[in-house]
Design a protein around this ligand. Structure first.
Ligand code: TXA
Ligand code: MG
Length: 353
């Protein structure tokens, strides 16, 4: 398949009359899959009401069909169309965080969406993205758009159109290039069907931010300790976000990390390191990726996937990566890093302090 490529300047007014977006929307209407930018990561979109269209997403990504997709909407009318009920708590969340990086799991109305979107569940994940290109595309299409992250299954999510091209060129109808995404990690997935809402996937909106608006919020126990329970978001059980070389998370100081790197290099291995600006000057490895500033974890989220992907161009045998406090957006960062590392963690002080 010949993948079309459109550049769209997200700052122009009246994006809905942009010929490139009109063409992209036309392909969506023809039940094709098209990648587009959101404020979190690039999504691979298709008509959420059509089995034929949604099938193309699973095929292009190589995604297991038991892993449901997030439905993207552009206004609250579409929400009313899809959700069986909208509790007051959900209305408060929408007021505070939409459009934005928060996916709400709600009871789905029967017959409104392709069964393949929900993977047979009686709930659906819905979000309104805070990106002018995404919103314009949904409006032009006229239907809700199912969109997982636009990567091959298992790879880090794409934060640039170049990442999407690398994974999906020739496999999808088109890519809308709207520049780099903002947040850099995916939306927070919040299950709103229980009395106390549960975070199934930490993301762009933090637990602290949610609790300010609606009070107590739980973290899915499966996220904190794999042995306790299976994570409830089907997607959280798969290996994810992984570069080609194995990743090890390092909990310790700079000299400890350097020692780990040196041991491998003495064995003749090519070693990569993911570090922050604060330590970049002190760490020596074959390839060093700087993933942002420790003093501002938002910058780490923004650069995380590009840093992980950067090693796939280099011939590294192993990657060592710094760890971060699980506060605020740090929760999402550590969740993705643990999955990228398959939970391999090397601690300088294993028993804790
Ligand atoms: O930021 C994002 O959310 C991006 C952009 C493109 O919007 N999308 C995204 O989609 O990350 P995806 O498919 O890569 O991740 C969706 C996650 C998966 O872990 C999936 O299992 C979970 O949401 N999910 C979707 N529907 C669900 C449901 N009904 N119940 C529980 N988990 C659900
Ligand atoms: Mg994904």
């Amino acid at each position: 398949m010949d993948t079309k490529y459109w550049f769209v300047d997200k700052t122009v007014e009246n994006l809905q009359s942009y010929p490139q977006l009109v063409e992209a929307a036309q392909l969506l209407k023809e039940k094709q899959a098209v990648a587009f930018p959101t404020e979190t990561v690039y999504g691979l979109g298709a008509d959420a009401t059509s089995d034929e269209a949604v099938d193309k997403i699973y095929k292009a990504k190589g995604r297991p069909s038991d892993n449901p997709l997030i439905v993207h909407i552009a206004d609250e009318v579409q929400l009313e169309m899809l959700a069986e009920e909208i509790p007051d708590m959900v209305r408060a969340l929408i007021k505070a965080f939409w459009p934005g990086p928060l996916t709400l799991i709600l009871k789905v109305k029967k017959g409104k969406l392709s069964q393949k979107v929900t993977a047979g569940l009686d709930t659906v994940g819905i979000r309104m993205p805070a990106h002018p290109v995404a919103l314009a595309l949904i409006r032009l299409a006229g239907f809700p758009i199912a969109a997982p992250s636009a990567n091959r299954s298992g790879k880090p999510s794409p934060t640039t159109a170049g990442h999407v091209r690398r994974d999906l060129d020739g496999k999808i109808a088109g890519i809308v290039d709207g520049g780099e995404t903002g947040v850099g990690v995916e939306s927070t997935v919040l299950d709103c069907t229980a009395d106390t809402p549960v975070i199934l996937r930490p993301g762009g909106i933090t637990k602290e931010q949610l609790e300010e608006v609606i009070g107590e919020v739980q973290l899915d126990p499966g996220l904190e300790n794999e042995n306790v329970a299976r994570p409830k978001a089907p997607g959280m059980k798969y290996t994810h976000y992984a570069p080609n070389a194995p990743v090890y998370l390092v909990d310790g100081g700079v000299p400890f990390m350097q020692r780990l790197i040196d041991e491998r290099r003495e064995n003749g291995e090519n070693v990569g390191a993911v570090v922050t600006e604060e330590t970049a000057g002190e760490i020596r490895a074959n390839t060093v990726a700087v993933c942002g500033r420790r003093s501002s974890l938002e910058t780490v989220a923004h650069h995380l996937y590009d840093s992980l992907r950067s090693f796939d161009d280099q011939d590294v045998d192993v990657i060592f990566c710094e760890t971060f406090p699980r506060k605020g957006i740090g929760q999402a960062i550590m969740n993705r890093l643990e999955k990228a590392a398959g939970h391999r963690l090397i601690s300088e002080n294993p028993s804790g302090r």
